[in-house]
Design a protein around this ligand. Structure first.
Ligand code: CUA
Length: 343
């Protein structure tokens, strides 16, 4: 597969290799999908042209300084000749400069139009359809399917098949958010009461970090999204797992944990398919344990962070809508043990 590396023409970049990528990538200068490649090409062209203009202006200033007659305030009379006879040479230079600036701006406009057209021409056969809804401060993802039974929801982590188009329908529940996964595409606003779409395709497997790119409140900076691009078979297996209900508890602790989840306030906001919990205020937790992070990319998904998060989310991420949940240590242990089984 072709690697659409967008090269930074002035500074240069170290090539990012597959082996060197442990952390998720969030880098607009390295395209891992065709759409980001188109945008990167536009950026390269704009940067090159603007750099050229900058160099030309600095050069013109230096030449003007170099050629200016040396004088001092006392002994040199002011040169007033330009008031008497027109400066033909200057007029000609200004006319050339205006012409060159107009051509440059037209070239940028044309490049912009061609890029927009290229972005709209990505083939969409066999596309994966995802409805992504922005919340303060997390991402709700619903994988759409004509067969309603095959639809499923997840949060803060998208899985997509490499080489297949993905149509993301963007919505918002509260304020304006912006989806931005720079390695795969540019930014697109998520506006309350409106629906927009973004078409993207990952051409290389990998983990790409997305970020909310519109200030949406106190925890805007902590509103991240992971995009896992994986081979088609691996993606289909993941999607099939997501469609399953949560497994039944296999031990007493886990059984107590599930009872706590349903009795305490958890079930008022969250869904776990296969239980009585069907609320949609917070993320769907049916397969919580399969995700890499909690709190929208903020914390690693392990028992310790999960317990701390459940007890007092406000101390970790002030301003989120999840309330503190005071419970006994043994209760917390059982609840976390249950959540850890939701693979
Ligand atoms: Cu959501 Cu910023």
């Amino acid at each position: 597969m072709r690697r659409h590396a967008v090269l930074f023409p002035i500074l240069g970049t170290a090539g990012v290799t597959e082996t060197a990528r442990a952390a998720p990538l969030q880098d607009a200068l390295h395209a891992y999908g065709i759409q980001a490649w188109h945008i990167g090409r536009l950026w390269n062209f704009t940067l090159a042209l603007c750099a050229l203009v900058f160099v030309a202006i600095v050069a013109a200033c230096l030449i003007a300084l170099w050629r200016a007659p040396r004088a001092d305030a006392k002994s040199t009379p002011p040169d007033m000749t330009s008031l008497i006879r027109p400066e033909r040479g200057i007029h000609r230079t200004v006319a050339w400069a205006v012409g060159a600036a107009t051509l440059g701006l037209l070239a940028l406009l044309a490049a912009d139009v061609f890029t927009t057209r290229a972005l709209g021409r990505m083939p969409l056969e066999n596309a994966v359809n995802i409805e992504l809804t922005g919340h303060q401060y997390w991402w709700e993802a619903r994988y759409l399917d004509p067969d309603f039974q095959r639809q499923f929801s997840t949060a803060n982590e998208l899985h997509i098949p490499v080489g297949r188009p993905v149509i993301v329908t963007l919505k918002s529940k509260d304020v304006i958010h912006t989806l931005w996964v720079p390695n795969l595409h540019g930014k697109r606003d998520m506006i309350p009461g409106r629906t927009t779409t973004m078409q993207l395709r990952a051409d290389q497997p990998g983990t790409y970090r997305g970020q909310c790119a519109e200030f949406c409140g106190l925890q805007h900076a902590m509103m991240a999204l992971l995009v896992e691009a994986e081979p088609d078979a691996q993606y289909e297996a993941w999607a099939e797992r997501q469609r399953q209900a949560a497994p039944a508890p296999a031990s007493d602790a886990v059984r107590r944990g599930r009872a706590l989840f349903l009795e305490k306030s958890c079930a008022r906001c969250h869904t776990i398919n296969g239980t009585g919990a069907t609320a949609t205020q917070g993320p769907d937790l049916t397969h919580l344990a399969g995700r890499k992070t909690i709190a929208a990319g903020m914390l690693p998904n392990d028992a310790g962070h999960l317990a701390a998060w459940i007890q007092d989310p406000q101390s970790l991420k002030p301003g989120v809508y999840m309330p503190a949940n005071r419970m006994r240590p043994d209760e917390l242990h059982d609840l976390v043990a249950y959540l850890e089984t939701l693979k």
